[in-house]
Design a protein around this ligand. Structure first.
Ligand SMILES: [Fe+2]
Length: 334
């Protein structure tokens, strides 16, 4: 995918210097960290080019021009710890002592007007990781080294992000791993009015992913849900979302039509490089992970993306205000 903007090396250095001044640990005191980033914005310290690119992305989202963007050559931490594949997040908490990548993600979220979302099961962290954990190898979770069919994140959960941001921290150069993206509007064009109407009915269920089930045994299936919501949001995990018991046969026909649409629809693909910030809609589209060519599986398993979940805007976040844990805005139990 063609980046909407590529930072020059001078711009990289300028933005890095600003982010380096945040001076808070986002894993120990997220609110203070977030406030320190807000202070940078309010003091006018953020370079104008970055404000401008955030505004362009915001405008393209609002106009319906695009819901997937890449900003290339973004500041990341100069030294990255080896996370291993046993318990990489625990290692990160101990070994990562600079927070340039986190500050970049927080800054973009603030400029784009997208409050961040955190889940208790991810240690309550607002900055999570796409990394391979050995015990999930071959399974359908972001914590695996597997391919992932088209889906949105947290399909089965009640609180779901509107946007996802992925920052390339460690991306092995010899392995071709691509993130696919399908715009929900393109999916609508492939579906008849009748199929769309069926997909808007609560005839479907999605099993919880292996990671969620492990953290909470009571999670088995979502409540019954519609697949198509809002104008073009798709709540769907391919090969997992299915018809609920007792649903009419037309619901299964619509599911088959959806699978045909998935095969036919135009897809965008992006290979996330180190220092790429990839921004995509989580509900108004579907995404995937494809391993196109793996030359060194051990290196490929070291791939590390820093990730945030975000709400569309303040109003979308505030709709879940009764669910905040520890009174921290955006942190939910789910
Ligand atoms: Fe995902």
């Amino acid at each position: 995918m063609k980046p909407i903007y590529t930072l020059s090396n001078d711009e990289y250095a300028e933005l890095y210097r600003v982010l380096d001044g945040v001076g808070k640990n986002p894993y120990e005191e997220y609110e203070a960290f977030s406030q320190a980033v807000r202070d940078l914005v309010e003091r006018g310290e953020v370079p104008q080019f970055f404000v401008d690119v955030a505004n362009r992305i915001r405008a393209e989202r609002e106009a319906g021009t695009s819901d997937a963007h890449v900003i290339r050559n973004c500041p990341i931490d100069p030294e990255l710890p080896e996370l291993g594949d046993e318990d990489p997040v625990a290692v990160k908490h101990v070994a990562k002592r600079t927070f340039i990548g986190e500050a970049l993600l927080e800054l973009f979220a603030q400029l784009a007007g997208n409050p961040l979302l955190a889940y208790a099961r991810n240690w309550g962290d607002f900055f999570t990781d796409v990394v391979a954990i050995r015990k999930y190898s071959g399974m359908l979770t972001g914590y695996s080294d597997s391919e992932l069919f088209f889906h949105n994140d947290r399909t089965a959960h009640d609180v779901r992000a509107d946007y996802i941001a992925l920052l390339g921290m460690r991306c092995p150069g010899n392995d071709l791993i691509y993130t696919g993206f399908i715009d929900g509007r393109a999916m609508l064009n492939e579906l008849t009015e009748h199929d769309q109407a069926m997909l808007r009915r609560p005839y479907y269920i999605t099993p919880f992913d292996v990671f969620s089930k492990e953290k909470n045994e009571s999670l088995t299936f979502s409540e019954v849900h519609s697949i198509l919501e809002n104008h073009h949001s798709f709540r769907y995990l391919d090969t997992s979302t299915t018809t609920a018991p007792g649903s009419p046969v037309e619901a299964k026909d619509a599911l088959l039509a959806l699978k045909d649409a998935l095969a036919k629809v135009e897809k965008q693909r992006h290979r996330i490089l180190e220092r790429d910030l990839f921004l995509l809609a989580n509900q108004d589209g579907l995404h995937s992970r494809e391993k196109i060519e793996i030359n060194d599986p051990a290196e490929a398993r070291k791939r590390w993306l820093l990730k945030t979940y975000a709400f569309r805007d303040d109003a979308a976040a505030d709709r879940h205000a009764d669910k905040w844990l520890d009174s921290v805005r955006g942190r939910v139990a789910d």
